[in-house]
Write a protein that binds this ligand. Structure first.
Ligand code: DC
Length: 221
């Protein structure tokens, strides 16, 4: 059986990861969360106390740190300098650091190289911002998920609350999302774009099951 890739790009909170997980399970292939890789870079900067915008410090950090994506029982784990940090990369502080550090070309090129290597080994559902436009322009399937900022903020807040995190209000979550949208789409290096041959799915008015069905209806594996 040949290897194929399903790229899912879109802004933060559009439901990419929930969708990608569901689709990968349905098709019996792996899920690669590229945001987790940038989050781990952001965490590395936070841990070292360096600014995620400081190119020189980040370049030095990149040569010193060891970032590894490991799949354990079919689930992606992020290993930073030998420590499993999977549970530490979803805080508001790390989210912002990830958004900042992912604007640096030196970080992007290291992550993109690693993502391409991972994707060359087996079939994946891969989600991110630049998968179809940059990482895997030849991916067999390309999707772009969108939803209104308000709907995404609502979902993100519910997700945080579900995890027992009540540190942010709806307004704060919405402001963070709008700020990250702006940064992710206006940055010079690999901004969030919808490629012309991607299938666009707007999830504002449909639930996750309907979104998954909409995506799967385009897959003929
Ligand atoms: O999808 P996420 O919220 O976990 O992503 C975290 C940050 O990483 C987000 O600010 C955008 C960035 N990112 C990126 O620049 N390119 C990707 N392929 C994935 C994420």
């Amino acid at each position: 059986m040949s290897i194929y890739q399903i790229a899912i790009d879109g802004p933060s909170g559009s439901g990419k990861s929930t969708l990608a997980k569901g689709v990968s399970k349905e098709l019996g292939i792996m899920y690669l969360d590229t945001g987790a890789m940038y989050r781990t870079c952001g965490l590395a900067a936070v841990k070292r106390g360096i600014s995620p915008k400081d190119v020189d410090a980040v370049t030095r950090m990149l040569s010193e740190m060891k970032l590894e994506v490991r799949f354990i029982d079919g689930t992606q784990h992020m290993i930073l300098d030998g420590e499993d940090v999977t549970g530490m990369i979803r805080t508001p502080e790390v989210s912002m650091a990830a958004s900042d550090i992912s604007t640096l070309p030196v970080i992007r090129s290291a992550m993109v190289d690693y993502q391409r290597k991972i994707a060359s080994e087996q079939s994946f559902v891969i989600d991110g911002r630049d998968i179809a436009s940059n990482v895997l322009p030849d991916a067999k399937y390309k999707f772009f998920l969108t939803a209104s900022a308000e709907m995404r903020a609502k979902r993100r807040l519910a997700e945080l609350n579900e995890r027992g995190d009540f540190s942010q209000s709806y307004e704060e979550v919405l402001r963070d999302i709008e700020l990250r949208d702006k940064q992710d789409s206006e940055r010079a290096a690999a901004p969030l774009v919808c490629v012309p041959d991607a299938i666009v799915i707007d999830t504002s008015e449909i639930d996750i099951d309907q979104t998954r069905e909409a995506l799967l209806s385009h897959i003929d594996e």
